[in-house]
Design a protein around this ligand. Structure first.
Ligand code: URA
Length: 250
Protein backbone atom coordinates (compact mmCIF):
# COMPACT_ATOMS: atom_id res chain seq x y z
CA UNK A 1 0.00 0.00 0.00
CA UNK A 2 1.20 3.51 -0.74
CA UNK A 3 1.94 5.90 2.08
CA UNK A 4 -0.82 8.08 3.52
CA UNK A 5 -1.01 10.94 6.00
CA UNK A 6 -1.16 9.66 9.56
CA UNK A 7 -4.35 11.63 10.33
CA UNK A 8 -6.07 10.05 7.31
CA UNK A 9 -5.03 6.55 8.38
CA UNK A 10 -6.54 7.19 11.81
CA UNK A 11 -9.72 8.76 10.46
CA UNK A 12 -10.19 5.86 8.00
CA UNK A 13 -9.89 3.56 11.00
CA UNK A 14 -12.74 5.22 12.88
CA UNK A 15 -10.79 7.21 15.50
CA UNK A 16 -12.79 10.40 15.00
CA UNK A 17 -12.98 13.44 12.75
CA UNK A 18 -9.76 14.82 11.25
CA UNK A 19 -9.87 17.62 13.88
CA UNK A 20 -10.28 15.21 16.78
CA UNK A 21 -7.48 13.07 15.42
CA UNK A 22 -5.10 15.99 15.11
CA UNK A 23 -5.71 16.70 18.80
CA UNK A 24 -5.05 13.06 19.70
CA UNK A 25 -1.80 13.10 17.72
CA UNK A 26 -0.73 16.45 19.26
CA UNK A 27 -1.32 15.02 22.74
CA UNK A 28 1.48 12.49 22.10
CA UNK A 29 -0.80 9.44 22.26
CA UNK A 30 0.23 8.10 18.85
CA UNK A 31 3.42 6.24 18.00
CA UNK A 32 4.72 4.89 14.70
CA UNK A 33 7.28 2.06 14.84
CA UNK A 34 7.88 2.78 18.50
CA UNK A 35 8.39 6.56 18.20
CA UNK A 36 5.89 9.15 19.36
CA UNK A 37 4.66 11.24 16.45
CA UNK A 38 3.06 14.67 16.81
CA UNK A 39 3.06 15.58 13.13
CA UNK A 40 -0.38 14.66 11.70
CA UNK A 41 0.92 15.05 8.14
CA UNK A 42 3.60 12.36 8.51
CA UNK A 43 3.24 9.85 5.67
CA UNK A 44 3.05 6.23 6.79
CA UNK A 45 2.31 2.89 5.20
CA UNK A 46 -0.44 1.39 7.38
CA UNK A 47 0.40 -2.14 6.13
CA UNK A 48 4.05 -1.92 7.14
CA UNK A 49 4.30 0.48 10.08
CA UNK A 50 3.33 -0.45 13.63
CA UNK A 51 0.92 2.33 14.61
CA UNK A 52 -0.23 2.50 18.25
CA UNK A 53 -2.74 4.74 20.00
CA UNK A 54 -2.31 4.86 23.77
CA UNK A 55 -0.22 1.70 23.46
CA UNK A 56 -2.92 -0.21 21.55
CA UNK A 57 -2.09 -1.47 18.05
CA UNK A 58 -4.16 0.02 15.25
CA UNK A 59 -5.94 -2.40 12.98
CA UNK A 60 -6.15 -0.53 9.69
CA UNK A 61 -9.17 -1.17 7.49
CA UNK A 62 -9.53 0.86 4.37
CA UNK A 63 -13.10 -0.18 3.69
CA UNK A 64 -16.05 -1.26 5.79
CA UNK A 65 -18.94 -3.40 4.57
CA UNK A 66 -22.09 -3.63 6.65
CA UNK A 67 -25.14 -5.77 5.99
CA UNK A 68 -28.31 -4.23 7.39
CA UNK A 69 -31.81 -5.62 7.56
CA UNK A 70 -33.42 -2.28 6.74
CA UNK A 71 -36.68 -1.80 8.59
CA UNK A 72 -39.73 -0.10 7.07
CA UNK A 73 -39.94 3.62 7.85
CA UNK A 74 -36.26 4.30 7.20
CA UNK A 75 -34.84 5.69 3.96
CA UNK A 76 -31.79 4.42 2.07
CA UNK A 77 -29.69 7.56 2.48
CA UNK A 78 -26.85 8.94 4.57
CA UNK A 79 -28.69 11.95 6.03
CA UNK A 80 -32.02 13.68 5.72
CA UNK A 81 -33.62 16.56 7.57
CA UNK A 82 -37.04 14.91 7.91
CA UNK A 83 -36.71 11.14 7.67
CA UNK A 84 -34.64 8.64 9.64
CA UNK A 85 -31.94 7.10 7.44
CA UNK A 86 -30.21 3.72 7.41
CA UNK A 87 -26.96 5.44 8.44
CA UNK A 88 -28.78 7.03 11.45
CA UNK A 89 -29.35 3.49 12.75
CA UNK A 90 -25.61 2.87 13.11
CA UNK A 91 -23.81 3.58 16.40
CA UNK A 92 -21.73 6.76 16.68
CA UNK A 93 -18.43 4.91 16.10
CA UNK A 94 -19.39 3.97 12.55
CA UNK A 95 -20.24 7.57 11.66
CA UNK A 96 -16.54 8.40 11.13
CA UNK A 97 -16.31 6.03 8.18
CA UNK A 98 -18.46 8.00 5.72
CA UNK A 99 -20.61 4.98 5.00
CA UNK A 100 -23.36 5.18 2.41
CA UNK A 101 -25.97 2.71 1.16
CA UNK A 102 -24.95 0.82 -1.98
CA UNK A 103 -28.35 0.83 -3.65
CA UNK A 104 -31.82 1.88 -2.64
CA UNK A 105 -34.85 0.30 -1.08
CA UNK A 106 -38.19 2.12 -0.80
CA UNK A 107 -39.09 3.51 2.61
CA UNK A 108 -41.64 0.71 3.13
CA UNK A 109 -39.34 -2.07 1.82
CA UNK A 110 -37.38 -4.16 4.31
CA UNK A 111 -34.31 -6.29 3.92
CA UNK A 112 -30.79 -6.46 2.64
CA UNK A 113 -29.05 -3.10 2.39
CA UNK A 114 -25.29 -2.89 2.06
CA UNK A 115 -23.58 0.09 3.71
CA UNK A 116 -19.99 0.75 2.71
CA UNK A 117 -17.38 3.42 2.06
CA UNK A 118 -15.99 1.49 -0.92
CA UNK A 119 -17.16 3.58 -3.88
CA UNK A 120 -15.70 1.24 -6.48
CA UNK A 121 -17.48 -1.81 -5.07
CA UNK A 122 -20.78 0.10 -4.79
CA UNK A 123 -20.43 1.23 -8.38
CA UNK A 124 -19.81 -2.33 -9.58
CA UNK A 125 -22.70 -3.67 -7.56
CA UNK A 126 -25.13 -1.19 -9.08
CA UNK A 127 -23.77 -0.93 -12.60
CA UNK A 128 -26.29 -2.19 -15.17
CA UNK A 129 -23.33 -3.68 -17.09
CA UNK A 130 -22.45 -6.02 -14.21
CA UNK A 131 -25.97 -7.47 -13.89
CA UNK A 132 -25.82 -8.24 -10.18
CA UNK A 133 -29.07 -10.09 -9.49
CA UNK A 134 -31.39 -9.07 -6.65
CA UNK A 135 -33.80 -11.51 -5.04
CA UNK A 136 -36.97 -10.29 -3.31
CA UNK A 137 -39.60 -11.94 -1.16
CA UNK A 138 -43.05 -10.38 -1.40
CA UNK A 139 -46.63 -10.72 -0.24
CA UNK A 140 -49.03 -9.96 -3.06
CA UNK A 141 -52.71 -9.09 -2.84
CA UNK A 142 -54.61 -11.61 -4.95
CA UNK A 143 -53.73 -14.85 -6.65
CA UNK A 144 -50.37 -14.99 -8.45
CA UNK A 145 -50.65 -17.44 -11.33
CA UNK A 146 -48.45 -19.37 -13.75
CA UNK A 147 -49.56 -16.83 -16.34
CA UNK A 148 -47.85 -14.10 -14.26
CA UNK A 149 -44.73 -16.29 -14.10
CA UNK A 150 -44.74 -16.47 -17.90
CA UNK A 151 -45.34 -12.72 -18.28
CA UNK A 152 -42.40 -11.93 -15.96
CA UNK A 153 -40.23 -14.39 -17.87
CA UNK A 154 -41.01 -12.59 -21.11
CA UNK A 155 -40.82 -9.09 -19.61
CA UNK A 156 -43.74 -6.84 -18.71
CA UNK A 157 -44.51 -3.31 -19.88
CA UNK A 158 -44.29 -0.81 -17.02
CA UNK A 159 -46.43 2.34 -16.66
CA UNK A 160 -43.82 4.42 -18.53
CA UNK A 161 -43.74 2.02 -21.51
CA UNK A 162 -40.44 0.33 -20.51
CA UNK A 163 -40.32 -3.44 -21.13
CA UNK A 164 -38.53 -5.21 -18.30
CA UNK A 165 -35.78 -7.75 -18.81
CA UNK A 166 -36.77 -11.40 -18.23
CA UNK A 167 -37.10 -12.13 -14.51
CA UNK A 168 -37.72 -15.29 -12.48
CA UNK A 169 -40.94 -15.34 -10.49
CA UNK A 170 -41.43 -18.24 -8.09
CA UNK A 171 -44.76 -18.82 -6.41
CA UNK A 172 -44.18 -19.94 -2.80
CA UNK A 173 -47.83 -19.93 -1.70
CA UNK A 174 -50.61 -19.13 -4.17
CA UNK A 175 -53.57 -17.50 -2.49
CA UNK A 176 -53.01 -18.39 1.17
CA UNK A 177 -56.45 -17.36 2.40
CA UNK A 178 -57.11 -16.06 5.83
CA UNK A 179 -59.57 -13.19 5.61
CA UNK A 180 -58.28 -12.10 2.19
CA UNK A 181 -56.55 -13.63 -0.80
CA UNK A 182 -52.77 -13.24 -0.74
CA UNK A 183 -49.82 -14.92 -2.43
CA UNK A 184 -46.23 -15.33 -1.33
CA UNK A 185 -43.60 -15.11 -4.04
CA UNK A 186 -39.87 -14.73 -4.66
CA UNK A 187 -38.64 -12.73 -7.61
CA UNK A 188 -35.13 -12.42 -9.08
CA UNK A 189 -34.45 -9.23 -11.05
CA UNK A 190 -31.45 -8.67 -13.29
CA UNK A 191 -31.89 -4.90 -13.37
CA UNK A 192 -32.97 -2.20 -10.93
CA UNK A 193 -35.58 0.26 -12.14
CA UNK A 194 -37.37 2.66 -9.80
CA UNK A 195 -40.02 0.79 -7.69
CA UNK A 196 -39.51 -2.10 -10.08
CA UNK A 197 -41.12 -4.95 -8.15
CA UNK A 198 -44.22 -2.91 -7.30
CA UNK A 199 -44.57 -1.63 -10.85
CA UNK A 200 -44.15 -5.10 -12.35
CA UNK A 201 -47.00 -6.45 -10.25
CA UNK A 202 -49.11 -3.39 -11.12
CA UNK A 203 -48.48 -4.26 -14.77
CA UNK A 204 -50.24 -7.61 -14.21
CA UNK A 205 -53.01 -6.02 -12.13
CA UNK A 206 -51.74 -6.92 -8.64
CA UNK A 207 -50.50 -5.05 -5.60
CA UNK A 208 -47.42 -5.64 -3.43
CA UNK A 209 -48.43 -5.59 0.24
CA UNK A 210 -45.01 -6.39 1.72
CA UNK A 211 -41.57 -6.39 0.11
CA UNK A 212 -38.21 -7.56 1.40
CA UNK A 213 -34.87 -7.90 -0.43
CA UNK A 214 -33.23 -11.16 0.59
CA UNK A 215 -30.19 -11.46 -1.70
CA UNK A 216 -27.81 -9.35 -3.81
CA UNK A 217 -25.51 -11.32 -6.08
CA UNK A 218 -24.10 -14.14 -3.94
CA UNK A 219 -24.78 -12.28 -0.68
CA UNK A 220 -27.79 -13.51 1.31
CA UNK A 221 -29.44 -11.53 4.09
CA UNK A 222 -28.46 -13.09 7.42
CA UNK A 223 -31.75 -14.49 8.74
CA UNK A 224 -30.59 -13.87 12.31
CA UNK A 225 -30.76 -10.10 11.73
CA UNK A 226 -34.07 -8.64 12.87
CA UNK A 227 -35.41 -5.54 11.11
CA UNK A 228 -33.11 -2.63 12.04
CA UNK A 229 -30.17 -4.89 12.98
CA UNK A 230 -26.85 -5.02 11.15
CA UNK A 231 -23.44 -6.64 11.19
CA UNK A 232 -20.18 -6.36 9.29
CA UNK A 233 -19.66 -8.73 6.36
CA UNK A 234 -17.22 -11.57 6.84
CA UNK A 235 -14.18 -11.52 4.48
CA UNK A 236 -15.79 -14.43 2.59
CA UNK A 237 -18.98 -12.44 2.10
CA UNK A 238 -17.00 -9.47 0.77
CA UNK A 239 -15.42 -11.83 -1.76
CA UNK A 240 -18.89 -12.98 -2.85
CA UNK A 241 -19.63 -9.43 -3.90
CA UNK A 242 -16.46 -8.97 -5.92
CA UNK A 243 -16.14 -12.49 -7.34
CA UNK A 244 -17.96 -12.33 -10.67
CA UNK A 245 -18.30 -16.12 -10.94
CA UNK A 246 -20.18 -16.43 -7.69
CA UNK A 247 -22.13 -13.23 -8.21
CA UNK A 248 -23.60 -14.74 -11.35
CA UNK A 249 -25.05 -17.75 -9.50
CA UNK A 250 -27.94 -16.47 -7.41
N1 URA B 1 -38.68 -2.76 -6.07
C1 URA B 1 -39.56 -1.96 -5.45
O1 URA B 1 -40.68 -1.77 -5.90
N2 URA B 1 -39.17 -1.40 -4.29
C2 URA B 1 -37.96 -1.60 -3.73
O2 URA B 1 -37.68 -1.06 -2.65
C3 URA B 1 -37.06 -2.44 -4.40
C4 URA B 1 -37.44 -3.01 -5.58
Amino acid sequence: MTKMRLDRVLSNSGYGSRNEIRKIIKSGAVSVDGRTVIDASLHVDPDRSAIEIDGEGLCYRKFLYIMMNKPAGVISATSDIRQRTAVDLLPEWYKNFNLFPAGRLDIDTEGLLLLTNDGQMAHELLSPKKHVDKRYYALIEGLVTQEDVKCFEEGVILDDGYKTMPSELEIIVAGSSRSELRSEIELVLHEGKFHQVKRMFEAVGKRVIYLKRIQMGGLKLDEALKAGEFRELTPQEVLLLVDKEQVAQV
